[in-house]
Write a protein that binds this ligand. Structure first.
Ligand SMILES: *Cc1c(COP(=O)(O)O)cnc(C)c1O
Length: 431
């Protein structure tokens, strides 16, 4: 037997990482620690917990044993150093930026993002003095051109929602690092089973765990994963990590905790002071969901490919934007970054435009008309009349959500049933 540390495969980590049988009861599944607080061993123990000298549980806004298992599991699946879970994907995005931005700072983001992220960044973040510049992500040089002296990060969805755009992660990471700033990747639509952004140079990963990680459409959640590899101390750009933090009795997170410094700051200041903690019940459901992530993703992808091929042959459909099709301009990037398959959320355009889109979503029976992705169930949405409604026409088209666009999130049902449902719906939409 070798003494080398065991390196488990992805499927093994998906079932086991971060979890051991409960030490007091032997419970094999991770219990739902539905508790707010934890008894200290002694006054000294309490003091060292509050000083962050001992790792342990204080109060469930900051740490909770069920949530910790989820954090360790996702960190393992992304091959990251540490993770901090949050109440939703948007909460995770807020926390990720809070640790690195000062008022007046900016970041550069891909314009092809989840509609809610465009609104969060473009409007609500602005109120905090955090400014975003959106760029077309299909040319990595666009990011370089938008970086200024106040720019502290680049943010992309490597596989974007809903446009089906795939970003050249390695090239964008190089641009970020030349500027001395981290690349943050929202990896929600790919999941770590299909893409591990850290393998390509990303520094932080965000997930809406609400989607594929939880997988069953039961639980809101988000997580920030740190690779532990970005050198926050290489410049004076990140005083929130490198300078003594008045919000934590003068602690300098980067100097004190090194490659755990970013995660510690995000938890001990971000989660503590803003409070968007994940509920233990949601962490439990998400842990359980992750156990079948590889199996589900394989089926999601096979079904997505079958449905996309059906749609390309349908006379009512003008175009299909799925990187699994050889006609996709992103096919080559998909083969590089997503060799197992380019996810299961994609868009198509209806020749009948806005009206046909509205009719199709109403006519489908198996596809649920709702705003979510990454569920075991197949979902259909007309972004222009729903999720992207708040954007201007120009913003909608830029985000890949024009009037004719239908977004599909292909589930794990029988592929033929999904195809029949869409065929019936398209017949009704063109009648
Ligand atoms: C859903 C989603 C989000 C936001 O996550 P919530 O859990 O809904 O807050 C962010 N990014 C992407 C790509 C998403 O699909």
């Amino acid at each position: 037997m070798s003494n080398a540390p065991k390196r488990y495969g992805f499927e093994t980590l998906a079932v086991h990482a971060g979890a051991t049988p409960d030490p007091t009861t032997g419970a094999r599944n991770t219990p739902i620690y539905q508790t707010v607080s934890y008894v200290y061993d002694s006054a000294d123990h309490a003091a060292s917990l509050f000083n962050l000298q001992t790792y342990g549980f204080i109060y469930s806004r900051i740490t909770n044993p069920t949530v910790s298992v989820l954090e360790e599991r996702v960190a393992a699946l992304e091959d990251g150093r540490a993770a901090v879970a949050a109440a939703s994907g948007h909460a995770a995005q807020f926390l990720a930026f809070f640790s690195i931005l000062e008022p007046g700072d900016s970041f550069v983001a891909s314009q092809n993002l989840y509609g809610g992220s465009v609104t969060q960044f473009g409007h609500s973040f602005k109120r905090l003095g955090w400014n975003v510049r959106f760029v077309d992500p299909t040319d990595p040089e666009n990011f370089r051109a938008a970086i200024g002296s106040d720019t502290k990060a680049i943010f992309i969805e490597a596989l974007s929602n809903p446009g089906g755009v795939i970003v050249d992660v390695e090239a964008v990471a190089a641009v970020a690092h030349q500027a001395g700033i981290p690349l943050i990747v929202d990896n929600t639509l790919a999941s770590p089973y299909l893409l591990r952004p850290f393998d390509w140079g990303a520094d932080l990963v965000i997930h809406s765990t609400t989607k594929y990680l939880s997988g069953h459409g039961t639980s809101m959640g988000g997580i920030v994963v740190d690779s532990g590899r970005f050198d926050w101390g290489a410049s004076d750009k990140f005083p929130g990590l490198t300078k003594p933090d008045p919000a934590y009795h003068g602690l300098a997170f980067w100097e004190t905790f090194g490659d755990l410094g970013y995660a510690m700051k995000t938890r001990a200041v971000g989660l503590r002071d803003f409070g968007p903690a994940m509920a233990p019940m949601n962490a439990f459901l998400t842990i359980t969901g992750i156990e079948t992530l590889p199996l589900r993703m394989d089926r999601h992808i096979a079904n997505a490919q079958a449905v996309a091929e059906f749609l390309t042959r349908h006379p009512a459909v003008a175009w299909v934007s799925y990187a699994g099709l050889e006609t996709s301009p992103f096919h080559a990037l998909a083969r590089k970054y997503l060799p197992k398959g380019p996810g299961a959320v994609f868009t198509c355009g209806l020749k009948g435009g806005y009206d046909a889109g509205v009719k199709l979503v109403e006519a489908c029976e198996l596809f649920s008309h709702l705003a979510n992705v990454g569920d075991t169930r197949s979902l259909i949405l007309h972004p222009a009349s729903t999720t992207h409604r708040q954007l201007t026409d120009a913003q909608r088209v830029k985000a890949g959500a024009g009037p004719d666009v239908i977004r599909l999130s292909i589930g794990i049902e029988t592929a033929d049933d999904l195809i029949r449902d869409l065929a019936d719906g398209l017949a009704a939409a063109t009648r």
